[in-house]
Design a protein around this ligand. Structure first.
Ligand code: SAM
Length: 269
């Protein structure tokens, strides 16, 4: 069994969220999930509770659509970025947003929501069974009796997870959004098949220096992998059932080619 290259909790759930401008730049073209959650909120209504709201990508779109949204995240830099985004909304939309710094495994808002969402793999920071249980207890405490819990996680792809961890993959050049410097982005990962955690490294190599002077920045990110039947079982044993599930944000069936697992859940008891 491979030794964990880094601690998932204190490194793998933290480092990727320290530079929100870079995060937003990397995911600037990711719109399908935002549109999906807008549709979900249109169908089920608000107020909406977003667990792991990050830099406010989804939250601000929902506020603009007229929904009240409470966004909760434990990464202060991401929340600051979300607050700056909220500040740019119209006065009416701004009034619909609330941002809270909290861990979604342990929070109490003393109110219930018809819709709770946990977009873009935030659930994959629940590394152990007790984390999943604590997260789902939080959903249970805050979900209205007929409410919906909607979230997405990656579909585990064993071909990708087990790629050679000594090589660099997904090489892309871009301009750093803050410094304007040219950067070579690449990634690799080590997969622990027992804990089902992917220990990823994201490399940012500055290209405007001679090779011998380049200091590559490495950002580490850990994602728990959830297999489809396992996630249904975890939901089941924690009082939820899956009303619908998809393999993407356009209603694709969940099959071998799916990138994502998108789950629409209700209480089962
Ligand atoms: C990939 S980002 C998704 C952000 C946002 N939902 C989006 O769609 O862009 C995951 C977010 O979950 C947050 N997060 C991870 N574990 C958390 C926890 N236990 N409690 C609160 N937030 C957490 C991270 O800080 C990060 O902002």
């Amino acid at each position: 069994m491979p030794r964990d290259p880094f601690d998932p909790e204190t490194v793998g759930a933290v480092e990727h969220y320290l530079e929100p401008e870079l995060y937003d730049h990397e995911y600037r073209r990711r719109r399908a999930d935002v549109n999906f959650y807008r549709e979900v909120a249109r169908a089920h209504g608000g107020p909406v509770l977003e667990l792991g709201c990050g830099s406010g990508r989804v939250l601000t779109a929902l506020c603009r659509d007229g929904h009240e949204v409470v966004g909760l995240d434990r990464a202060a830099p991401m929340l600051q970025r979300a607050a700056a985004r909220v500040a740019r909304l119209s006065r009416a939309a701004r009034a619909r947003a609330t941002l809270l710094c909290a861990d979604f495994r342990a929070f109490a808002l003393r109110r219930r929501f018809p819709l709770i969402i946990c977009p873009f793999n935030a659930f994959q920071h629940l590394y152990e069974r007790h984390d999943v249980e604590a997260g789902l207890r939080g959903v249970d405490r805050h979900l209205a009796p007929d409410g919906h819990f909607v979230f997405d996680v990656l579909m585990p792809d064993l071909r990708w997870l087990t790629k050679d961890p000594t090589r660099h993959w997904a090489r892309t050049r871009f301009k750093h959004p803050r410094t304007g410097r040219p950067v070579l982005y690449s990634t690799n990962q080590t997969y622990d098949p027992v804990r089902q955690i992917a220990f990823m490294r994201i490399f940012y190599e500055p290209l405007d220096l001679p090779p011998e002077q380049r200091r590559t920045r490495v950002v580490r990110l850990a994602h728990r992998q959830f297999f489809p039947t396992e996630i249904e079982d975890l939901l089941h044993y924690n009082g939820f059932s899956v009303e619908a599930r998809f393999g993407g944000f356009h209603g694709e069936p969940l099959g071998p080619e799916a990138d994502a697992q998108v789950l629409i859940c209700v209480r089962s008891r």
